[in-house]
Design a protein around this ligand. Structure first.
Ligand code: NDP
Length: 321
């Protein structure tokens, strides 16, 4: 019965010391007649948006701030120990029952969970990909990016990813089937790196990071190209807004740049499962996970998302089934 507590609102880079793990004294019992569920957490998901919720948020209808002194909450996979719902037939809001258990349960925090839906919606719904399109993905070895790349390859696109280490470059090229990959931390000139990989320009950019990468991408988009703005992780720890130099390219090249929130697409989850489960079972999609052990490891795992410590989807194993 442990919890990760947020000490105070976070400014700048998150640190492990912004959180602490404690044992709560909450009574573990489902009151008679209530619709409550008593759950045993198995896997918890570390996601970049949790950092956004550690800020004092203003003007967002997507996120609310966490309360300092209270536990962090997020997505996870849990076992129902007791329930006001006989056989857990009725699904209370915020919960859904896992029907396909022939795949690793941890996948429901990533590939078959919110990040998987994000990759699906942001690529297939926000963009209109076609065979032969030249697709660029940033944070390409992460929970979302590695899937966008594989979806694009399955459509017959040319796919390049940027990542922050040589190990991740090798994984993209040798394990995830990307055509090319580069380490953005080793490139002095991102514009030149993109021109090297996309001499004819980019049709679709799947944006996970923002900042200098977005500015360089804007110089390399093909006319009528599309930018799916999924995330801007390089901005989440900034105290000042980031400026851009190359926005005129949106006009010159008639680019469509569209942000999206995965929560608007959850109704498509059954379609997503129909598409993705056969690919998993046939081994046509693989999924990298980075699983740390124990709730005590959660603060470091969450902070690690902002230095690229995670290789693949960051999961915390809390308890074996
Ligand atoms: P990842 O698993 O990709 O983890 C984050 C990765 O981002 C790190 O591993 C690191 O990889 C990279 N990164 C961290 N800081 C920076 C930086 N300053 N500049 C460049 N790269 C950085 O996370 P997810 O796949 O879960 O999320 C990817 C993006 O999608 C995030 O921006 C997230 O907020 C967004 N998102 C949006 C959703 C929506 O509904 N719109 C839903 C879910 C996610 P590296 O080693 O390559 O640097």
């Amino acid at each position: 019965n442990k919890q990760v507590i947020l000490k105070d609102y976070v400014s700048g880079n998150p640190k492990e010391s912004d959180m602490y793990v404690t044992t709560s004294s909450i009574k573990l019992k489902v009151p008679q007649g209530s619709k409550a569920l008593l759950l045993k957490n198995l896997y918890l998901s570390c996601d970049p948006y949790l950092r956004i919720r550690m800020d004092r948020i203003q003007g967002s209808n997507v996120f609310t701030s966490f309360t300092p002194g209270s536990p962090l909450s997020g997505f996870g996979v849990a076992k129902v120990l007791d329930s006001g719902h006989p056989e857990f037939k009725e699904e209370p809001e915020q919960f859904f029952k896992i029907h396909h258990t022939d795949v690793p349960l941890s996948y429901y925090t990533g590939l078959l969970g919110m990040p998987g839906m994000t990759a699906f919606a942001g690529f297939h719904e926000v963009c209109s990909p076609k065979k032969g399109d030249r697709v660029f993905i940033s944070a390409a070895a992460g929970a979302v990016g590695q899937l966008v790349g594989q979806f694009a390859k399955l459509m017959g696109c040319y796919v390049v990813g940027s990542v922050g280490s040589k190990e991740k470059v090798d994984l993209l090229k040798n394990k995830l089937g990307f055509d090319e990959a580069f380490n953005y931390k080793e490139e002095k000139d991102l514009d030149a790196a993109l021109k090297r990989h996309f001499p004819e320009g980019i049709d679709i950019y799947f944006e996970n990071v923002g900042g200098k990468m977005l500015d360089a991408v804007l110089l390399n988009m093909r006319p009528h190209g599309q930018i799916s703005v999924c995330g801007l992780i390089s901005h989440y720890n900034l105290n000042q807004p980031q400026g851009f130099s190359n926005l005129m390219s949106l006009i010159y090249n008639r680019i469509r740049m569209e942000g999206f929130a995965v929560f608007d697409y959850f109704h498509l989850y059954p379609n997503f499962l129909d598409m993705v489960l056969p690919y998993i079972r046939e081994g046509k999609i693989v999924y990298l996970e980075d699983i740390t052990q124990g709730l005590e490891s959660a603060p470091a795992a969450l902070v690690g998302l902002f230095s690229g410590r995670n290789v693949g989807k960051q999961v915390v194993l809390v308890s074996h089934e």
